[in-house]
Design a protein around this ligand. Structure first.
Ligand code: NAP
Ligand code: MG
Length: 475
């Protein structure tokens, strides 16, 4: 094996302020709430900055700013709104190196991913919805579809800037205004985005960013001035929000958890499948709602595939997320690390066999080695519950019907992957899998033109593509 020399990306390109206020009505404002919170680099536990925790009065101020901006923003011709979105997309491209480093520092994901996956997709999302802004009359929602008003948006920590893009780009394209709350452990790229809004001369109040924890999110989604709620996060919190909004006029979309099956048939190209399995569960430390966390492999090739997979996992490099050679970065928080540990211990206790490659773990920060469980039964917690970490559960099957049965045996339904050379088998499987996305001989592939969303406890509504417009229009 090759030895790699360190190839650290410089962090000099980012300028993190010691302390941040809230972004309301186009200005940085001091919060009324006295609460503040430190955001850390999970790879080193170094404090990066202090951010405000917005209280109810602060959220109210942000919603009022968005409500005031709505009549003006929604009355602009679509082509004018598109100009702002195109401008934002171009600024994101120009500042993509800085934003990638900032994302990696605050989140712990490898720079290779923030630079080559997150940031290009963020820019692509703004470009894509900029293109829709003047074509809404041709989107299939009637000749003059109207926006909803103020969108209250709450996002998680696994793809901070990308989830912001998924929320803000379609909302603005349709003529809504926005109050967005980033996750408490990853607020920094959303705050950098506030600066980008200023740089793009976006009219004040069209985008407002309020930082804080769950209580801030709850204050936002329950605010009577909010017309539309868009949430990405856990099924547990999604349920709370749905309960709170039942019976109100607010329109709601939920993007929640998942427990995807990645299904490998005996005729699949095995080396390619191994890469797809690695990308499916070890990309972003497995902090991916659509992660291929259950490998379903046809019994006849199980031993051969597992051997190849283990060989491949031995080459993954875990460590400094800013090093361009790193494959596996840090776990986002101590809380998430504790959850991953707890579920992995449950896997062992329930009788599955645990394996990790030899993998040195840094002394500071939050880390978990790539882990594979074999001998997993459908009843085990590691086969049913979302682990949201670099942990793969392996099950086997004999026939396509059994693969479908096992894949669908989950309360979730966000995504699935199928590996086979036979087109007919692929289509047969795809029509039977209850998952919002089915990837064929690939995994975790995203494009702004393609809708994404779930069945069952994975939520409802679609983001991306023409379908993604519907969530932000009165249709
Ligand atoms: P989470 O605890 O549900 O948090 C998501 C967001 O909601 C955070 O900003 C959080 O704030 C906020 N929040 C917490 N309690 C709230 C409340 N009562 N009312 C309103 N907002 C509240 O989820 P997470 O642990 O950050 O994220 C991981 C989960 O997200 C996983 O289950 C994953 O599957 C899911 N996810 C789904 C998708 C998808 O597209 N379907 C994409 C990514 C992630 P704090 O950060 O301060 O807690
Ligand atoms: Mg952080």
């Amino acid at each position: 094996m090759f030895e790699y020399a360190p190839a650290p990306e410089s962090r000099d390109i980012v300028d993190i302020r010691p302390s941040y206020g809230l972004f309301i009505n186009g200005e940085w404002v001091e919060p009324q709430s006295e609460e503040r919170h430190k955001t850390v680099n999970p790879a080193t536990e170094e404090v990066l900055a202090e951010v405000a925790w917005a209280g109810e009065a602060d959220v109210d101020r942000a919603v009022q700013a968005a409500a005031k901006a709505f009549p003006v923003w929604s009355a602009l011709p679509g082509a004018e709104r598109a100009k702002y979105l195109f401008r934002i997309a171009r600024i994101i491209q120009e500042r993509s190196r800085e934003l990638a480093v900032l994302e990696t520092l605050d989140n712990g994901k490898p720079i290779r991913e923030s630079r080559d996956v997150d940031l290009p997709l963020v820019a692509a999302h703004f470009f894509y919805y900029a293109g829709w802004a003047d074509k809404l009359a041709y989107a299939g929602f009637g000749p003059d579809p109207r926006p909803l008003g103020v969108a209250g948006q709450v996002i998680p920590w696994n793809f901070p800037l990308l989830m912001l893009a998924w929320k803000i780009a379609p909302a603005l394209a349709c003529g809504n205004t926005v109050v967005l709350k980033p996750a408490e452990t990853t607020p920094l790229t959303a705050l950098a985005f506030a600066d980008i809004c200023r740089q793009a001369d976006l009219p004040p109040g069209v985008v407002n960013i309020v930082t804080g924890a769950g209580a801030t999110g709850a204050a936002l989604v329950n605010h009577p001035g909010v017309d539309k709620v868009a949430f990405t996060g856990s099924t547990e919190v999604g349920r709370l929000i749905a309960r709170g909004l039942a019976g109100t006029r607010k329109k709601l979309t939920l993007e929640l958890g998942g427990k995807a099956a990645n299904i490998v048939f005996e005729d699949a190209p095995l080396d390619q499948a191994v890469e797809g399995i690695v990308n499916g569960i070890f990309f972003n430390q497995g902090h991916v709602c659509c992660a291929g966390s259950r490998l379903l492999v046809q019994e006849s090739i199980a031993d051969e595939l597992l051997e190849a997979l283990k060989r491949r996992l031995g080459t993954l490099r875990l460590g400094d997320p800013l090093d361009k050679n790193t494959d596996i970065g840090a776990i986002n928080s101590a809380e998430q690390l504790a959850k991953i540990r707890e579920l992995s211990e449950a896997g062992e206790a329930e009788g599955a066999e645990r394996w990790s490659p030899p993998c040195p773990i840094p002394d500071r920060g939050y880390w978990f080695p790539p882990t594979v469980f074999t001998g997993v039964a459908q009843s085990h917690r590691i086969a049913r519950e979302e682990i949201f970490g670099p942990v793969l559960s392996v099950l086997t099957f004999r026939t396509p019907a059994e693969a479908v049965e096992k894949a669908n045996n989950t309360p979730y339904g966000l995504s699935a992957g199928v590996w086979t050379e036979k087109g007919s088998l692929m289509l047969w499987m795809a029509s039977r899998l209850r998952a919002g996305v089915v990837w064929s001989n690939t995994f975790n592939r995203f494009d702004p033109a393609s809708p994404f969303g779930g069945y069952k406890e994975s939520g409802y509504g679609r983001e991306g593509g023409r379908h993604g417009l519907e969530a932000y229009l009165a249709v």
